[in-house]
Design a protein around this ligand. Sequence first.
Ligand code: SF4
Ligand code: SF4
Length: 347
Amino acid sequence: MFKYLKYFFAIIFAHLFAKNIPILVTLCVTHRCNMRCIYCYGHFYDRKEPDMSTNDILHLIDEMSAAGTKYISLNGGEALLRDDLDVIVDKIRAKGILCHLSTNGLLVRHKVHLLKLIDSLAISFDGIGQANDLNRGQGMYPRVLDAIIFLHEQKIPFHTHTVITKNNSMDIGSILDLAEKYKFQAQFSLCRVKDSPVKDIGLGDDELKVVVGKILDYKKQGRPVFFSRHAYESYLSWPFSYDIIKVDENGNNFSMVRRRCYVKRFSCHIEPDGSMYPCIVLSGKSHSINVLSAGFKTAWVKIIQNPCLACYNICCNDLNLVFGLDYKSLRNALGIVLARLNREKKA
Ligand code: SF4
Ligand code: SF4
C-alpha cells in the first residue's frame, strides 16, 4: 500500500508545485516476441535487434528513481523473454518503485516466482476460441486460457488486455463472463482500420463508436471493465475523425479539445534501444532522445517540449484522468488497487 501512496502523493506534489515529474515510465525491455499477432504494429515476432544491456537498464532505474519515478511499466515485445528480468524487477523493488508487467502469457508457468513479485500484471487475451486465435495465431487460445486459470489458482492478481478487431468485437460479453469467473478485470483497446497492418480486421469510425458504447454500457452495469467510465466517455467525445489521433498545441481546432494532456508531464516511454518518447502513442511517430547517450534527466527535460497536448487513446486517457485527479477515475483506480491488495493478502 505504501508504494501506491507514494505514487499518489507524487501526483499531488506535482500539481501543488506545478512540476513536471516522470512519475510513471513505460520501459519496453525487448522487441523480441514469441507470438505472432496479426495486428502487431511492430512486427515484433521478426525483430532481432539487440536490447539495452542489463547494466544499462539497472543504471537507468537509478536515474529514474533520482528523477522521482514511482511506477515502472515493463513491456515488449514479450518482456519475459529477457533472461535478466528477475534482476531488473529486483532492482525496481529495491528502489521502492511499483512494477507493472505486460505479457502475452505463454511463459507464465515458467516464471511464477517472478510474477509473484510484480505489483500489477496484464496478460493479453482476445476472446474465446477463434475470436482470440484469428487475432493472435492458431492454437494460442488454450495456452492463454491455461495461463489465466494458472494465475487464478496461484492467486496472482492480474487483468487482461484485449485488442478489439472485427474478429472479436462480438466477444466482449463472453470475455467479461470469464473475468467474473476467474476474478480479473478486462481492459479493452481498439484496432483502427488505418493503423492495422491487415485492413479488413480494423474498425472504422462508426464501428469504433458502437464498440466503445457497448463497453461503456457494460461498465455502467458494474461488469469488470478495467478502465474508468470517463476514459471511454472521453473517447466518444473526441470531436474529430479517429484518423486524427492527436492534436498539437499549435494545431487547427485545438480549442475543441476539452481535456489537455498530463501524461507527457508526468510520464514517458522508453524503447529497447534507449529512445525516449513522450508516451507510447508517439513511439516511432515523433522526435526521440536517447537516454543512453543524453542521460535520463536531460532526455526527459527535452522530450517534454513536444507540442502534443490531446489524443483519444483510451489507455492514455485513463492515465490522464488519474494524473488530472479526476474523482471518478481515481475511485476506479483505487477500487482496482484495493481488490489487488486484498487478493494478495489471501494468497
Ligand atoms: S504479443 Fe504483442 S508484441 Fe507479440 S506479436 Fe502480439 S502484439 Fe506483437
Ligand atoms: S496527448 Fe496523447 S499522444 Fe499526445 S503526448 Fe499526451 S498521451 Fe501522448
